[in-house]
Ligand binder design. Structure first.
Ligand code: LMR
Length: 340
C-alpha cells in the first residue's frame, strides 16, 4: 500500500505544479491562447536596434515559452518610417522603437532631445529620459495611447555630404540636408545657412541619387547600412546630436496582457536594453571602419571647431526657449548637466 502511494508521488507533483499559480504548461497552449506580437522597425538587420529587438524576442520566448511570440521585422518590412506609428496606434503592430523626433507630433517637449550638442553621452540622454521631465513626457504619451517601455542608444549623429568637407558653419551654406520631421532640426540647418528637407529614412539614398539632397545626418551604422558612403564622399565626425530610441507599445494591447506576461516582457526589454547599451558603440565603430575603408574622406572636428558650431547653434536654443518657455529649457539643461 505504502509502495503504491510512493509510486503516485511523481504524478501528484506534476499535477500540483500544473495547478500552481503562474505556472505555464507550454505543451498545453492552444493557438487561441497564443499571442503574436509584431515589432516593426526601419533600420537594417545588423543595426543595434534590430539586434536588440531580436534579443528582446528571444528573452521573451525564454520566459514565456509559446504563450507570446514576438516577431521582429527589420528594414520597414511591414510599415515604413511614419506609417509605423499609425500602425502601432491602430494595433496592427505591437512594438516600435523610434527617435524622439518622431514623438513631437504627440508632445512638442520631445524636441529637446534634438538640441545640438546637448548630450555628451548616452548616459546624459538616459538622465533626461528618467528625470521628472522625462516621466511627464512619457505620461503625456500614455494619454495618446502609447506606453514607453525603455530608451535604447544608437549613437552620435554625424554629417555627410557630396560637395566638400564640412567644418565651419559657412561650409553648410546653401546645401540641402535630409532631416526627420522636427522643428529643432529645421532650426539647426537654418542656423548654418543650409536647407532642411524633411523625408523618410528609407528614401534618403534615392533622394541623394536624384540630386534632391546634398547631405544628411545619421549614426555611422545607419549611414553604412543605407549605403550612403557610395553617394556621400565626405563625412564629418561632429557628434552634434544623439540618436536614441524610445521603445513603444500600444497602451490598449499592453493593458490587455495579464500582469505575469507584462512583467516577463518588461524583464525581457530590460535584458535587451542592457545588451544594446553594451554593444551599440562597437557596432557603430565597426561601421565607421567600413566607411573609411570604402574611401570616404572622414574629418573629425577639433574641440575649437565644435565650439564654433555650438556658437552658431545658439539661436536653436533661443527658439526652443520661445516655444517651450525659459523655465523648461533651464530644467532640461540642469538635468542633463547637473552642477558639481
Ligand atoms: C532616421 O529617420 O534617420 C532614424 O530615426 C532612423 C532610425 O530609426 O534609426
Amino acid at each position: 500500500m505504502m509502495k503504491r502511494h510512493f509510486a503516485l508521488l511523481p504524478l501528484l507533483a506534476v499535477l500540483l505544479a500544473a495547478c500552481a499559480p503562474g505556472t505555464v504548461d507550454h505543451e498545453q497552449i492552444s493557438a487561441a491562447q497564443r499571442t503574436v506580437a509584431r515589432f516593426n522597425h526601419v533600420t537594417a538587420e545588423n543595426s543595434p536596434k534590430h539586434l536588440a529587438a531580436v534579443r528582446f524576442a528571444d528573452a521573451a520566448a525564454k520566459r514565456l515559452g509559446e504563450r507570446v511570440e514576438i516577431q521582429v521585422y527589420a528594414n520597414s518590412q511591414l510599415y515604413k518610417d511614419g506609417e509605423d506609428m499609425i500602425a502601432l496606434q491602430k494595433g496592427a503592430i505591437q512594438f516600435i522603437a523610434v527617435a524622439p523626433s518622431k514623438l513631437t507630433e504627440f508632445d512638442s517637449e520631445w524636441q529637446v532631445f534634438d538640441l545640438p550638442y546637448l548630450f555628451s553621452s548616452f548616459a546624459d540622454v538616459e538622465r533626461l529620459y528618467n528625470s521628472p521631465i522625462g516621466l511627464r513626457m512619457r505620461e503625456n504619451l500614455e494619454a495618446k495611447g502609447l506606453v514607453a517601455l525603455a530608451i535604447w542608444p544608437n549613437g552620435f549623429m554625424q554629417f555627410t555630404n557630396n560637395r566638400h568637407p564640412l567644418v565651419a558653419p559657412g561650409d553648410f551654406s546653401g546645401l540641402a540636408f535630409r532631416i526627420q520631421a522636427e522643428q529643432v532640426l529645421q532650426d539647426q540647418y537654418r542656423a548654418l545657412g543650409a536647407r532642411a528637407v524633411v523625408n523618410s529614412f528609407h528614401t534618403v539614398y534615392a533622394d541623394i541619387e536624384k540630386g534632391q539632397l546634398d547631405g544628411q545626418e545619421n549614426t555611422f551604422n545607419n549611414i553604412y547600412t543605407r549605403n550612403l558612403q557610395r553617394l556621400q564622399p565626405f563625412l564629418t565626425i561632429s557628434n552634434h546630436g544623439y540618436l536614441a530610441y524610445v521603445v513603444l507599445t500600444q497602451a490598449r494591447w499592453w493593458q490587455s496582457q495579464n500582469p505575469e506576461v507584462r512583467q516577463a516582457l518588461l524583464e525581457s526589454i530590460q535584458e535587451a536594453t542592457l545588451w544594446i547599451r553594451e554593444n551599440a558603440d562597437a557596432i557603430n565603430q565597426a561601421a565607421l571602419a567600413k566607411i573609411i575603408a570604402s574611401g570616404v574622406q572622414v574629418r573629425t572636428l577639433s574641440s575649437d571647431e565644435r565650439k564654433v558650431l555650438q556658437t552658431a547653434f545658439v539661436p536653436v536654443y533661443r527658439n526652443v526657449e520661445k516655444r517651450l518657455g525659459p523655465d523648461f529649457l533651464a530644467q532640461v539643461l540642469s538635468t542633463v548637466r547637473p552642477g558639481p
